[in-house]
Design a protein around this ligand. Structure first.
Ligand code: NAP
Ligand code: MG
Length: 495
């Protein structure tokens, strides 16, 4: 068990048994297997959680189907909205506890985990308003004597598979719209970060969601996630994670023509013009890449800097990076935590080595951070690379760590072309004081989100998702409801 000082509710939760949530009951995996989850800041084992198998997935799908065909169907849209709001209230009452759990399980900074818990709560509140507003249309068909209208119906049983970088946020981005639409679901948290999802599962039961509406299955993705994707009675998979696993899910879901939505990787360009407020751009570029240690799908990992300001921007960014305090996110002095696991750390360090090998120069960072109590955790120094060209591995592949490459450019047309020269198209940033230039470039960029003079701003109301290999479908807002509903067209001859 962990030795860091934690809130008593958190210690109590960690000491309790953590099973799978199936049909409203917490149960062991059929095999009895469990696995441990760590605090990546300290390497300490926090607790053990159930490690599900294929038969547990089947039980959960049966529970979700029974709830979909039974009690959940009878609950009115207004009551669904109240349940969502009640869950949000319970999460708010437990916000400090959820924040601390999120901090220790994923290696976050507490302040940042707190912001993310608030984002998750907002998401449930936003979707609490939707169940009573999911409307069909009456359609002006040209056939005489015919009434035609559409209904938007829940798609059915959904498998929700989420990554470890924003565990509670990613779970809420899927649970909230799926619940609002009237679906039932099996949530599969990521291996390294199961804890907040399990706690939210407890709160959902307390809120009064009927048994089987929300099921939660922990265990290895290759076994449990894949079993969900292949299960013939799962109607839809909503996945956020790597492009590689996303492609596999697309292939595995073909046999059932399952509905899928995918939020995948990115290598997002963040573009700074010489007429930008430079101090704002430095701060923006820092947060764009180093928020959550760069483990952000929208991370501004390719920093395109106009050649006239590239050197100054690089130096100011590197200076901030050098002054950043790394450590255990429970310590209020700490500004940046570890990456999520030893494997992730090795991957990131491997990319840094490849950058050096290919001729790039780390202006700050460039190695594992050690000393000062960091040795047991998985810390990587915030790294700014100069001397990079577009063809280098570090400029092309998603690193998913605290590593940014600075790429000088000359003109708007040139930077648009280079920014788009990527298999990904998730997000982009533009920093300039020229509004015409900003909108011209925004229209040219192939990205699902474009931020102008800001970065990593999200709202439950605004659609989010990717172009190209960053995925398909849009979460948030009205768009997410389309992912969890089917349209039915009803024809009546009255004449
Ligand atoms: P990952 O390996 O793709 O895992 C994501 C989730 O899928 C985890 O719950 C994982 O479970 C599960 N999984 C693994 N193999 C599976 C399989 N064969 N079938 C079904 N599910 C499977 O990604 P990650 O390493 O956790 O997360 C990092 C990646 O996510 C990055 O590439 C990042 O860009 C992307 N991401 C995208 C967004 C977005 O909104 N576009 C947001 C966040 C992250 P286990 O953990 O148990 O393996
Ligand atoms: Mg963990």
């Amino acid at each position: 068990m962990a030795t860091v000082a934690m809130r008593s509710e958190v210690s109590q939760f960690l000491e309790g048994k953590k099973g799978l949530l199936i049909g409203g009951q917490w149960v062991d995996a059929a095999s009895g297997e469990t696995y441990e989850t760590l605090n990546p800041a300290t390497g300490e084992i926090l607790t053990r959680v159930a490690s599900a198998g294929v038969e547990d997935v089947d039980r959960a799908v049966k529970a979700a189907r029974a709830a979909f065909n039974g009690p959940w169907r009878k609950i009115t849209p207004a009551e669904r909205g109240k349940l969502l709001w009640r869950l949000a209230d319970l999460m708010e009452q437990r916000a400090d506890e959820l924040t601390e759990l999120e901090t220790v399980d994923g290696g976050k900074v507490r302040r940042i985990a707190g912001i993310e818990v608030a984002i998750a709560i907002d998401h449930f509140r936003y979707y609490a308003g939707w169940p009573t507003k999911i409307e069909g249309n009456t359609v002006p068909v040209s056939a005489p004597g015919i009434l035609n209208y559409t209904l938007r119906e829940p798609v059915g049983v959904c498998g929700l598979i989420v990554p470890w970088n924003f565990p509670i946020v990613m779970a809420s981005w899927k649970l909230a719209p799926a619940l609002a639409a009237g679906c039932t679901m099996i949530l599969k948290p990521a291996g390294p970060t199961p804890l907040t999802a399990l706690r939210v599962g407890e709160l959902a039961l307390e809120a009064g969601f009927p048994p089987g509406v929300i099921n939660i299955i922990t265990g290895p993705g290759a076994r449990v996630g894949s079993a969900l994707v292949r299960h013939p009675d799962v109607d839809k998979i909503a996945f956020t994670g790597s492009t590689e696993v996303g492609k596999q899910i697309a292939r595995e879901s073909v046999d059932n023509v399952k509905r899928i939505s995918l939020e995948l990787g990115g290598k997002s360009p963040n573009i700074v013009f010489p007429d930008a407020d430079l101090e704002g751009a430095v701060r923006g570029a820092f947060n764009a890449i180093f928020y959550n240690q760069g483990q952000v799908c929208t991370a501004g990992s390719r920093l395109f800097a106009a050649r006239s300001i590239a050197e100054e921007l690089t130096e100011r960014l590197a200076d901030r990076a050098r002054k950043t305090t790394l450590g255990n996110g429970l310590d209020p002095k700490v500004q940046m935590g570890p990456v999520v696991s030893e494997t992730q750390m090795q991957t990131v360090l491997g990319y840094i080595e490849s950058g050096v090998r290919e001729g790039a120069k780390p202006v700050s960072g460039g190695k594992r951070a050690t000393g000062n109590g960091l040795d047991a955790g998985y810390f990587v120094e915030p790294t700014v690379f100069s001397g990079v060209v577009d063809e280098m591995t570090i400029a092309r592949e998603e690193i998913f760590g605290p590593v940014v490459v600075v790429l000088p450019f000359e003109s708007l047309e040139e930077v648009a072309e280079r920014a788009n020269n990527s298999p990904y198209g998730l997000a982009a940033g533009i920093w300039t004081s020229d509004i015409s230039k900003a909108h011209k470039l925004a229209s040219l960029l192939k990205a699902g989100t474009v931020w102008i003079n800001c970065y990593n701003v999200f709202d439950a109301a605004s659609p989010f998702g990717g172009y190209k290999q960053s995925g398909y479908g849009r979460e948030h807002g009205h768009a997410a409801l389309e992912l969890y509903t089917e349209v039915k067209s009803v024809w009546t001859k009255y004449d």
